[in-house]
Design a protein around this ligand. Structure first.
Ligand code: ADP
Length: 490
């Protein structure tokens, strides 16, 4: 443990409030484990609702000055934070791998991706414009200005423990808001590493605060973060179940919500598609972060004409490319699942599917000798809509292939879910691409690609996948209110 602390330059084991590293008032701590070997990476404060209230008050005080900074000033500070994160890519990646388990190369990818939001919002800060609208009355003018909301409660998951923070905090800071972040109990260290660099970048005290809590305290801290009088917005990324709880709590105080919840992405391949390319992209859409991504492909709907070809090539590629092991080991492409609950959930979904007639072509079990969180990259066929795995987000390295016969059938199956985050289509038929994109009930559609997220487009879902958009200029505008001022007597 001590060795690891020494190696991880950006390891911080205290919470961050009002520009200072602090303990919980209770002095309690909880352990953060490395999912690869269950070792303790660090212990961090187990804060409670009182600590959260204090942090929210701090953010509220900081808002009084931060809201009056110029967009140019905020842009410069964000840019400095971006520069420092870029310089510290390796240090950040090591922390991400130590607590999330993902391979180092992927962790570096996450830093680049997460950091692109800081860069983007450093630019966007200066483009959050108002409007002047021709008035229906003589001698009067209508002004619409965009004002920052105030204090934002940021609650984030473990799968992209750095990027899910920069994506929200970059946007809200650009808009002129302040925040309290409650990172996932599985991965608080990436959040603390990120704010260490924010501190070095000169982010004023109180603008960004981090409150760490154990899973046990998450509901009470979450309640305060949704209900406290200082909070104007709750920005959450995580499961649909928790999202619904927070939405309910936010309703009491008519707080704004930004919710990025679960997905159940279809990956649809039509006969005209380039199958080799579709298989390449399927590997990215499915096995990135070992399947633990809300936009990860969850259901492969493959046209019967190309089904056998696709499945044969997909199986070969999985068996060649997926190398399971600890994220720090050279050559590893798939790490452990984050915790025992996730591991049980993934294996349970596969077992249920197999019991109902699905066939395992690859994997389908835990890897021998690697412990209980390493699940083999798995390919299932003969999957049908009665199986739990069709309805639920797997959040693990399991690809399920389902045969379909027509565009109509594919569309019907794809839309038969309460989620609506990302969808992937492979076709060379232009009309089909447009029709599918129009009719898929999803917030994001990729045609002939397996990766679609970046800082520039608007990320977000429809139906039970969430409310609001992240990234793009819309991502910053989410954190503003439109104010109407009437200038009369002109
Ligand atoms: P995941 O499957 O990504 O862990 P969760 O929705 O369980 O998704 O967790 C996402 C975030 O929500 C984490 O920071 C977690 O601590 C937090 N969380 C879980 N339950 C609650 C709750 N009742 N109130 C507030 N936050 C919660």
């Amino acid at each position: 443990y001590i060795n690891q602390c020494r190696r991880l330059h950006l390891l911080r084991n205290q919470a961050y409030v009002n520009g200072e590293w602090v303990k919980a008032k209770s002095n309690l701590v909880f352990a953060v484990h490395n999912p690869a070997d269950d070792s303790v990476v660090a212990e961090v404060p187990d804060m409670d609702s009182k600590d959260a209230q204090n942090a929210l008050l701090t953010a509220s005080n900081a808002f009084q000055t931060w809201k009056d900074t110029t967009a140019k000033e905020r842009s410069r500070i964000l840019r400095r934070w971006f520069d420092l994160c870029e310089k510290n890519t390796d240090n950040l990646a090591e922390v991400i791998t130590a607590e999330s388990g993902k391979p180092l190369a992927e962790a570096k990818g996450e830093v680049a991706y997460g950091n692109s939001f800081l860069e983007w919002f450093a630019d966007s800060a200066r483009h959050i414009n108002g409007e002047i609208i021709p008035s229906p009355w003589p001698n009067k003018q209508i002004l619409l200005t965009r004002n920052p909301l105030g204090v934002v409660s940021v609650i984030t998951p473990w799968n992209f423990p750095f990027a899910m923070i920069t994506r929200k905090v970059g946007a809200l800071m650009a808009a002129g808001c302040t925040c309290v972040i409650k990172p996932s109990e599985d991965t608080p260290l990436s959040a603390l590493a990120a704010v260490e660099l924010a501190h070095q970048a000169g982010v004023p005290k109180g603008v960004v605060n981090v409150v760490t809590t154990s899973r046990k305290n998450a509901p009470t801290v979450g309640k305060v973060m949704c209900e406290d009088e200082y909070v104007r917005c709750i920005s959450f990324t995580g499961s649909t179940t928790v999202g619904k709880i927070l939405y309910g709590l936010a309703a009491k105080g008519i707080k704004r919500v930004a919710l990025e919840l679960g997905g159940n992405a279809p990956f649809i391949v039509f006969p005209s598609a380039d199958i080799d390319h579709a298989v390449d992209q399927a590997m990215l859409a499915k096995f990135r972060n070992n399947g633990q991504a809300c936009i990860g492909a969850n259901r492969f709907l493959i046209h019967e004409i190309v089904f056998d070809d696709f499945v044969k090539k997909f199986k070969a590629r999985i068996e060649k490319k997926c190398v399971l092991g600890p994220g720090t080991k050279e050559g590893v492409t798939c790490g452990p699942l984050i915790n025992n609950e996730q591991a049980k959930k993934v294996s349970g979904l596969v077992d249920d599917a197999v019991a109902k007639g699905a066939k395992v072509l690859s994997g389908g079990k835990f890897a021998k000798n690697l412990g209980n969180k390493f699940y083999e990259s798995t390919l299932l066929v003969d999957v049908n809509q009665d199986m739990q795995i069709f309805k639920e987000e797997v959040f693990g390295p399991v690809a399920t292939c389902i045969k379909m016969k027509s565009e109509e059938e594919a569309l019907k199956m794809a839309n038969s879910t309460r989620s609506g985050l990302a969808a992937y289509i492979f076709t060379k038929d232009l009309g089909q691409a447009f029709r599918m994109s129009k009719n898929l009930e999803f917030g994001m559609v990729a045609i002939n690609d397996g990766i679609l997220s970046a800082a520039e487009p608007a990320f977000g879902g429809v139906k039970e996948s969430g409310i609001g958009r992240e990234g793009s200029l819309h991502g910053a505008v989410e954190y503003t209110d439109l104010k109407y001022t009437l200038m009369s007597g002109l």
